[in-house]
Design a protein around this ligand. Structure first.
Ligand SMILES: Nc1ncnc2c1ncn2[C@@H]1O[C@H](COP(=O)(O)OP(=O)(O)OP(=O)(O)O)[C@@H](O)[C@H]1O
Length: 468
């Protein structure tokens, strides 16, 4: 059965609660998450007195902002039920990536897409709208497959699709580790991690021949990780030849571009230069702990806690290299009465869900984590990101892509936020300098005096002024 043209869909729609037809799918063994975890090498801060500053209207009026667009959602030719969904989510205007990508994504015959845009600029909505525009709602079978690198991101993306499609008949299923698997999946959209989706296909839980859209979110990350890249490629072999392949990410290291081109041949491409990637609303700082640590005046951890005891931050995320460090810091900060949780690959699925849900609901104020949720997670109240350990690759070299994704957990869609790097030795300084050089952006040193540092961070959070 053919998909009705975008403008014809209204006649086909009846109200239906998303997800009522098919229970959410869940499975076992998920290599996606395991691989992600293996790569983990890498307060209630008193009462919050700062509200996250949002100047969306101003930002969307600035032609140089990635949030600016010439057009409206109506002009992008979206169906009125999707427009309703967008307005219900309080989306007034498309962002630049939405304005540029949507006409290309919706053209017929469909063309593949490899797209890049800064963190927090609305890439999810761009592919979610494409999916919701392309589904044939009369056909009760999976037609879009979305791959995410982590269970947290898969769950979040699923919710976005459900919310955006609230006024359509869309049905969705999630394919993530440790969840019960129905023998047959009939939902229009499956969002999952690659290993679990592969498992679904292996078990013939759905017919892949109906898939018309294959989306790899955070695609560079998946293609860069050998087993995920292989899995994604294998999955693609089961899909129809004319299936539209859509790859989105904020970062595209050169080494994965070739792979991307092979998985999405002939794609339309939207790219940015490294120096265009930094989000202006995120002010980037560092504390140099080297002298204090040398003179035994304080350990790195004491400096972190000292900073947190002074700062009033809405919510924040602290990134560390090892799972044990995450747990240790969480425990010590809890003893100091901060509302802290830790999240990493050692936890089981239910525990991970409980932790992220509690943080999302604002019940905990500080999330300490490894790279496992460095990408995609969208929580508006996060206004500080701390790199307790600088992000490095397995060889100990600077990992600018992970750095950009980590700090991108703040400053979402025009909000302001700060990031603070903890520099404790020559190596971490070198890593930071390499990241500065990569993005052509200097980070600002915070003074040793924590009261002064607090003052600077406070102003940065309020001002929205870019770091030089
Ligand atoms: N046109 C819009 N108007 C208002 N808000 C929007 C619009 N598009 C997206 N948003 C909101 O902006 C936030 C960031 O969007 P999203 O998570 O899609 O960013 P992203 O580009 O995928 O980020 P990342 O690179 O971190 O994955 C979300 O809270 C989303 O609801």
């Amino acid at each position: 059965m053919a998909t009705p043209p975008v403008s014809d869909l209204s006649t086909k729609f009846e109200k239906l609660t998303p997800g009522t037809e098919t229970p959410e799918v869940v499975v076992d063994a998920d290599a996606g998450e395991d691989v992600q975890s293996a790569a983990e090498r890498a307060t209630d801060l008193l009462e919050s007195s700062y509200n996250v500053e949002v100047k969306l209207a101003d930002q969307q009026a600035d032609v140089n902002s990635p949030l600016y667009s010439v057009k409206s959602f109506e002009e992008l030719g979206l169906h009125e039920d999707l427009l309703k969904g967008l307005y219900n989510m309080k989306f007034a205007k498309p962002s630049k990536i939405q304005e540029r990508a949507l006409p290309l994504l919706l053209q017929n015959p469909p063309k593949n897409m490899i797209a890049q845009s800064q963190s927090g600029t609305g890439k999810t909505a761009a592919f979610a709208l494409t999916i919701l525009s392309r589904i044939n709602y009369d056909l009760h079978a999976p037609q879009a497959l979305v791959m995410s690198p982590s269970r947290e991101l898969a769950r979040q993306t699923l919710e976005v699709i459900q919310e955006m499609g609230k006024f359509t008949q869309v049905t969705t299923a999630q394919a993530i580790k440790e969840e019960p698997l129905p023998p047959k999946v009939n939902s229009h959209v499956i969002v999952g991690t690659p290993g679990t989706v592969a498992d679904l296909i292996k078990r013939r839980a759905f017919d892949p021949r109906n898939i018309r859209l294959f989306v790899l979110d955070e695609a560079d990350n998946m293609l860069d990780m050998q087993s995920l890249g292989r899995q994604s490629q294998e999955l693609k072999r089961f899909l129809p030849k004319d299936c539209q392949v859509v790859l989105f990410s904020a970062t595209w290291a050169d080494r994965v571009r070739e792979f991307a081109n092979s998985i999405a041949p002939g794609a339309n491409q939207i790219t940015l230069k490294p120096e265009e990637l930094s989000v202006d609303g995120i002010k980037q700082f560092y504390v140099d702990c080297r002298d204090q640590m040398k003179s035994n005046k304080g350990r790195k951890y004491d400096i972190l806690v000292g900073l947190y005891s002074l700062l009033t931050v809405s919510q924040s995320i602290i990134f560390v290299k090892k799972r044990d460090t995450a747990d240790e810091i969480a425990q010590k900060m809890s003893e100091k009465h901060h509302a802290v949780v830790s999240l990493h690959g050692k936890l089981d699925g239910a525990q991970r869900d409980a932790v992220i849900d509690s943080f999302r609901a604002g019940k905990s104020k500080v999330l300490i984590t490894t790279n496992v949720i460095a990408r995609g997670i969208d929580i508006a109240n996060v206004n500080m990101v701390v790199n307790y350990d600088m992000p490095t690759d397995l060889q100990g070299r600077a990992d600018p892509e992970t750095y950009l994704h980590r700090i991108g957990r703040t400053g979402r869609f025009g909000r302001t936020g700060v990031s603070v790097n903890f520099i404790h030795d020559e190596r971490s300084m070198r890593v930071m300098n390499d990241i500065e050089a990569h993005f052509e952006r200097k980070m600002i040193q915070l003074p040793d005096d924590l009261d002064e540092a607090e003052d600077i961070i406070k102003k940065a959070m309020k001002s929205g002024v870019s770091a030089p």
